[in-house]
Write a protein that binds this ligand. Sequence first.
Ligand SMILES: [Zn+2]
Length: 688
Amino acid sequence: MNRFLFFFLGILIACSGSAFQFPVDYEITVELDPQTHRLQGTEKIRWTNMGGAPTSELWFHLYLNAFAGDRTTFMRGMGKGALRGEHEVERHWGWTQLISLRTEDGADLLSSLTFERPDDGNPEDFTVARVLLRSPVEPGASVTIDLVFEAQLPRVIARTGWAGDFHLMGQWFPKLGVFEEAGHGGRVEAGWNCHQFHPATEFYADFGRYRVQLTVPQNYVVGATGIQVEEKTVSEGTARKRTLTFTADRVHDFAWCAAPAQLMAVIESDFDPGRDVPAPWLERARSLLGLSTAELELPPVHLRLLVPQTQVDLADRMLRGARLAMAWYGLFYGAQPYPQLTLVSPPPGAGEAAGMEYPTFITTGATKLLEYPPVSWLSINEGVTVHEFGHQYFQGMLASNEFEEAWLDEGLNSYADTSCMEAIKNDRLVPDVRISGSWAVKRLSWAFRKSPLRVDREAWTFRTRRDYGAASYSKTALVLKTLEGLVSPPVFARAMRSYVDTWRFRHPTGDDFRRAISESSGEDLGWYFEQALDGDQVVDWSVAAVVQREKTPPGGMMWDGAQWVDRAVEKAASEGDDTSGEPEAWDIHTDILRRGDFWGPVEVMFLFDDGREERQMWDGQDRWVRFEFVSSARLASVAIDPEGVWALEGERKNNYWRDHPDVGAGTHRLWWVTAAMRLMAFAVQPWS
Ligand SMILES: [Zn+2]
């Protein structure tokens, strides 16, 4: 990756009456020292065992320790270019230290602490800690612990740390893993799911309630998960500080950023559904989902944007991207329950902080150059904003295990954000944008891959971070786009909606997703998921041969019932009648090949010289099929999958055959040109 990358990139709701009960409550106080980039914090955690078995352990994530030295699992997995942008972490390490850890009755737990390395056994990794409780926590019972910690932020890397005076706090506090029941995700016994931090993994934690008190210098502005409920000014000697309290409910993480007001402006705005839901989108959602306007109604959301003072001219464009994302996801995946979304556009030099999702808090990416053509024609900022907002659904509310099944978050979200960006472009909702990310870009970035990839595997077991990205983002998005075409857009839209509705706040697994989609589409799609997610089969259809022969009378001998008669005699008798020289009919056969090992139904379209069109479905199970015609007109062209249902197919040139290559050629090849142009703008997908 290069230094220009950053450029390209780049509550609560007091849900009163919530039917949900969540396993964890965090009360945190923390103070940031911006000179040393250090955090001093306390935490009170109340954890309820909602599983069916007792446990005598608590497992914690201590993710800042991933940046503690060059032998951690994270740093060892970071080849050159494994992350975006420049990082100078080598000179500015980060770490967390637990200073005390006690149960409510004062019993010390720290002495029992061990570091665990469940994924790779690396003794130099300190990102997962386990402590032993004096007595087990029975199902339904709770334990409360008090913890004191200190954390050193690294120079910004992997969406956490500092750059100059800008501070982004992600994965900054000791956080419990997830205590899973037996049966969840194939687990044999109940137990803690708490993975180490790897370069290609994101996160997984339990839902709960957060109340966080943040102390920063007086002149600092703060953006955070949840909503601000309190503000105090405190004086310590000559120093004046602000203490801000944020609360968030039904979230599984808490992130925040702090920077001097001279560096970052705060812009308050809102998403007003009456004003901000595009009419054509409402109509599309009504017809695809079969829901009424009332059922598609969305609540207003407060928007809070932290933007570099040098980029405030771009604020409207940033907010417009967020509103469009809220409209699209709200219509197709249901209203989100959070009253506020905070967006942070990191300043120049903090590109590693850009393009990341945390509950109700996202970082986007922009550059001053977006104010001027041709950069302003690109949808860089909108694309990142839509993507990161989309995570409020798949990462935020569904919260699948991103270590083990990253595709459930990144892939489903890539499908949704690409659909949204395509609609933004087609409906011309952002006039500035002339070149936009779209399905063509997804297809191209997938088509350029040379090696097959399996989607459904643990994120840290991909050979490279690039492989992880190609499988979890592009391929999964195309898997879903193809499925949308196979089962039909309304059926698929309803299936996705039903999956999101059913699995909110429940950590669905890949099996839950497959079952949900099969059930709501009314057909067993196992055959498809096995190939598309568990397998690395390649989709490749091709026209193998087209043969057109003038239909001639039969020659040789004919059995007339009593004896063999020479047909040449009859033919000579009729020759006098044929004066046109034009054949009366053509014997045509076309062989279609399944070159790839991915099978499934595919449509083949035949166009004849007289304008007649014929379409045939092939179940695609055998390796080839022959279509035969007797026709008065010659065959002019053949197209396999003319509607492009198989978005997963990388090589489409061989899907077409034309009788007269010069006539009308180019229409099928043109997408390469436009898509290549788009790809130049999207050569890298700089977000998470
Ligand atoms: Zn993402």
